[in-house]
Write a protein that binds this ligand. Structure first.
Ligand SMILES: Cc1cc2nc3c(=O)[nH]c(=O)nc-3n(C[C@H](O)[C@H](O)[C@H](O)COP(=O)(O)OP(=O)(O)OC[C@H]3O[C@@H](n4cnc5c(N)ncnc54)[C@H](O)[C@@H]3O)c2cc1C
Length: 357
C-alpha cells in the first residue's frame, strides 16, 4: 500500500528546486558519444498514445489486437472487458509475430511516416508504418531506437535516439512523441517531415530490462519528453495482471500543455488508485494550478516516494541533462550511469536503487 504521506498534495511542498527544464544537452547530442554508447547497446524507453482512427491507414490494428483496444479507449468506448482492466488481448495461436527490429547487424530500416499530429506548440506525435502490417516492433521494455538523417547541406549524418510510445504488441506501426528544439537538426527534420516521407531507424537499443514484480515500488521521475521510457515501463506493469508493482510518477514540465500522455496517466490513476499516483510540477503553472509549482524538489521526493529503506524500491530518472544533474547526477555516457549524486543521493538512495535512462 502507499503510505499516507504519499498523498500529501504536491502544492503544499516548498519548491526551491534547481532549474533544469532549459538546461542544454551534454552527451546526448553528441554523435561520437552516442555511437560509443551504442556499442554497448544501452539507451531507450517508450510509451503509448492513440491517434484517431483513419480508414486509409494500412496499419490500422484489427479488432481484438492491443492497438485496437487502445484506440477505442481513446474514444471513451472500451472494446472489451480486458481493455477495461488494461489487459492486452491475446494475439492468437502460438506463432510469434514477426519483429521489425532485430538488432545485431541488421543495420538501418527505412520507415514511412504515416501520420503526424500536433501535441503542443513544440511537440508532435508521429506514426511510422512498419513494412509488414502484421509485424511488431520487436522492442523489449525498456528500449529505444536511433534515427539517422543526412540533409543536403550536411557533411555527416545526424543520429539521435528516440523512444517509441506505442505498445510493444502493436502491429504494423510505431508511434513517437518528439519535441522540436530550435536549431536541433533531427527534431527539426522530423517536424518538417510530411506523410509519405521516410526516416532511417535502427535498434533495439535495450535499456533497463523490466521483469514483473522485480521491485515492490518504482518511482518514475521525468522531465519533458523524458516521460517516454517511463510510459513504456508503466504500461508494461499495468497491462500484466500478474505484476503487482506500485508506481509513483513525478513529472516536471514548463507548461500544462507540455504534460505528455496526461489522459493515459489519469486513466491509470483512476483504474489503480492503490498502485499508481502522479505528481505534476510546472515551471510556469496556470493561475489555478493545484499541483506542484517551480521545479522538482528534494522535499517533494521525500514526501511522495517510498524512502530508500522503506521497500524494494527502484527509481527511474529521465529528462534533460540539467535534471539528471540536480536529481541523480549526470550520466557518464549513454552507456554508463555515472555516479549517483544530487537529491536522490542526499536522500539516501543507493546507486543500485537508481537507473538513469
Ligand atoms: C535514450 C533517449 C531517448 C530519447 N527519446 C526521446 C523521445 O522519445 N522524444 C524526444 O523528443 N526526444 C527524445 N530524446 C532526445 C533526442 O534524442 C534528441 O536529443 C532531441 O530530439 C534533440 O535532437 P536535435 O538533433 O534536434 O537537437 P540537438 O542538436 O541535440 O540540440 C539542439 C539544441 O536544442 C537544445 N536541446 C536539445 N536537447 C535538449 C534537452 N533534452 N533539453 C533541453 N534542451 C535541449 C539545446 O539548446 C541544443 O543546443 C531521447 C534521448 C535519449 C538519450
Amino acid at each position: 500500500m502507499f503510505s499516507s504521506r504519499l498523498f500529501r498534495p504536491a502544492q503544499q511542498l516548498s519548491s526551491h528546486v534547481r532549474r533544469y527544464a532549459n538546461a542544454p544537452p551534454s552527451s546526448g547530442s553528441n554523435n561520437t558519444l552516442l555511437y560509443g554508447g551504442l556499442g554497448a547497446v544501452a539507451i531507450g524507453g517508450g510509451a503509448y498514445y492513440a491517434f484517431s482512427r483513419s480508414p486509409q491507414t494500412a496499419s490500422t490494428p484489427k479488432a481484438g489486437e492491443h492497438g485496437a483496444q487502445n484506440e477505442s479507449s481513446a474514444h471513451g468506448q472500451p472494446a472489451s472487458k480486458n481493455e477495461e482492466k488494461n489487459i492486452p488481448a491475446k494475439t492468437g495461436g502460438d506463432i510469434a509475430p514477426l519483429k521489425c527490429f532485430k538488432g545485431g547487424d541488421q543495420g538501418f530500416v527505412s520507415l514511412v511516416l504515416d501520420k503526424v499530429e500536433d501535441v503542443s506548440g513544440n511537440t508532435k506525435r508521429f506514426r511510422f508504418k512498419l513494412d509488414d502490417e502484421d509485424a511488431v516492433s520487436g522492442l523489449p521494455v525498456a528500449s529505444a531506437l536511433i534515427t539517422k538523417y543526412k540533409g543536403p547541406e550536411m557533411e555527416k549524418p545526424v543520429i539521435r535516439p528516440y523512444t517509441p510510445i506505442s505498445d510493444e504488441d502493436a502491429k504494423g506501426y510505431l508511434d513517437f512523441v518528439v519535441k522540436k528544439y530550435p536549431g536541433g537538426p533531427m527534431s527539426t527534420h522530423m517536424h518538417d517531415m510530411t506523410v509519405g516521407q521516410s526516416l532511417d531507424f535502427k535498434g533495439p537499443i535495450p535499456k533497463y530490462k523490466w521483469e514483473a514484480n522485480k521491485h515492490e515500488h518504482v518511482a518514475l521521475i521525468a522531465g519533458g519528453t523524458g516521460i517516454t521510457p517511463m510510459w513504456q515501463v508503466a504500461r508494461q506493469i499495468f497491462k500484466n495482471p500478474e505484476d503487482k508493482t506500485k508506481v509513483t510518477l513525478i513529472f516536471g514540465n514548463q507548461k500544462e500543455e507540455d504534460i505528455l500522455l496526461k489522459k493515459e496517466w489519469a486513466d491509470l490513476e483512476q483504474q489503480y488508485p492503490q498502485r499508481f499516483r502522479a505528481f505534476y510540477v510546472l515551471e510556469h503553472p496556470p493561475e489555478n494550478w493545484q499541483s506542484g509549482k517551480g521545479y522538482i524538489t528534494k522535499d517533494l521526493l521525500k514526501t511522495v516516494l517510498p524512502g530508500p529503506k522503506d521497500a524494494n524500491v527502484k527509481v527511474f530518472v529521465c529528462g534533460p541533462p540539467g535534471m539528471y544533474k540536480a536529481i541523480a547526477g549526470a550520466k557518464k555516457s549513454p552507456a554508463e550511469q555515472g555516479e549517483l549524486t544530487g537529491q536522490l543521493a542526499e536522500l539516501g538512495y543507493t546507486s543500485e536503487q537508481v537507473y538513469k535512462f
